[in-house]
Design a protein around this ligand. Structure first.
Ligand SMILES: [Zn+2]
Ligand SMILES: [Zn+2]
Length: 342
């Protein structure tokens, strides 16, 4: 099969012929219909993720069709249209037993712990726990973004921050996950302030409902405080950088909730979180990591009802041969790029 491969961290990203994977007894192999290009893939390529072993195939935001099924799989058949969260849970640990599959102790992640979906086929573990059936009306390209960025944003806004109508939500970083968060927060009835250094990203944020946009080069906490009459109720670092993390915490009003959504690989250094404000303002600092497969029906229902429109965030469709260049340039162009031809 054709796959996007890198043999060294930060090295060339080339399309190579590699063997088609076999399914594990509890797993499946999916013929990839679409695979999103995400900042996490860039981190894997840069060597920021200790799970990645060379040579490696990135890709973790996928949708496709089941092509082979392991002997122990009960719920899935060849030909089923599916997607998966990027955290593939084991289904058996204490976290999984509590329904918190997104923080499974024995999780696998396609594109990190094993070869991913920037390929014609990808192997997925524990299929009965992790696969999500796609409704007929949801195309693979739209669905590809659900497993990482859109679901991550949905969980952060709706399940972790529990955003309520009328609250002010500041979103720091308007890449794929940030724009998704803007859309989910607007749908929840919140008023959104979007922050980014890219005018094009801010334009897109405004187009999907952000009430205010703020240039990330300004004194962001001061501007957010002014726009929101004292600070946001909820603030998200949707990029994962020292400056956006700190700005997010500083953008909150007393008793506000910061949600860390963007990954902060220790290899890039740990951010200085203003814990003095956490105490003085009784702020809550929350983490959000993907979303369990069993909570997808709520998200899929809102998409089916037209309340959420993840397809509005897909700005580019690429062949696999252009995936390497797109991955290397993550963050340069606004919106979500999806590999749709393999
Ligand atoms: Zn588990
Ligand atoms: Zn992702």
């Amino acid at each position: 099969m054709r796959a996007l491969v890198f043999d060294s961290f930060g090295g060339p990203l080339t399309v190579q012929d590699v063997p088609v994977p076999d399914p594990a007894p509890g797993g499946v192999v999916v013929r990839v219909g679409a695979s999103g290009v995400c900042r996490s893939d860039w981190h894997a390529w840069q060597g920021h993720d200790p799970d990645v072993v060379l040579p490696h195939v990135p890709g973790h935001e996928l949708a496709g069709t089941v092509a082979a099924v392991g002997a122990d799989v009960r719920r899935w058949r060849v030909g089923d249209r599916v997607t998966v969260p990027f955290v593939n849970a084991c289904g058996r640990c204490a976290q999984c037993a509590a329904g918190e599959h997104q923080v499974c102790s024995r999780q696998t992640q396609p594109g990190f712990t094993h070869w991913g979906s920037m390929a014609e086929y990808v192997a997925l573990d524990a299929a009965d726990v992790n696969l999500v059936a796609l409704p007929d009306e949801l195309d693979a390209t739209t669905a590809a973004g659900l497993g990482c960025r859109f679901a991550t944003a949905f969980r952060a806004v709706a399940q972790v921050a529990r955003v309520r109508p009328g609250e002010w939500v500041a979103v720091h970083g308007c890449g794929g996950v940030g724009l998704s968060a803007v859309q989910v927060a607007v749908a929840a009835g919140a008023r959104v302030v979007a922050v980014d250094v890219s005018p094009a990203a801010l334009q897109l944020a405004a187009a999907i409902g952000a009430e205010h946009t703020v240039d990330g080069g300004r004194d962001v906490p001061a501007v957010v405080a002014e726009l929101t009459g004292g600070g946001a109720h909820v603030s998200l670092d949707a990029l994962g950088a020292a400056v956006t993390c700190e700005n997010s915490v500083r953008s909150l009003r007393p008793r506000g909730r910061h949600v860390q959504v963007g990954l902060l690989p220790p290899a890039q250094g740990r951010p200085a979180v203003p814990m003095d404000l956490v105490v003085a303002r009784e702020l809550q600092v929350l983490g959000s990591h993907g979303m369990a497969a069993h909570t997808y029906p709520e998200l899929l229902g809102l998409i089916a009802a037209g309340r959420l429109r993840p397809q509005a965030l897909v700005t580019r469709r690429l062949p696999l041969d252009e995936a390497g260049a797109a991955l290397a340039a993550v963050g340069r162009d606004p919106g979500i790029a999806v590999v749709t031809r393999f």
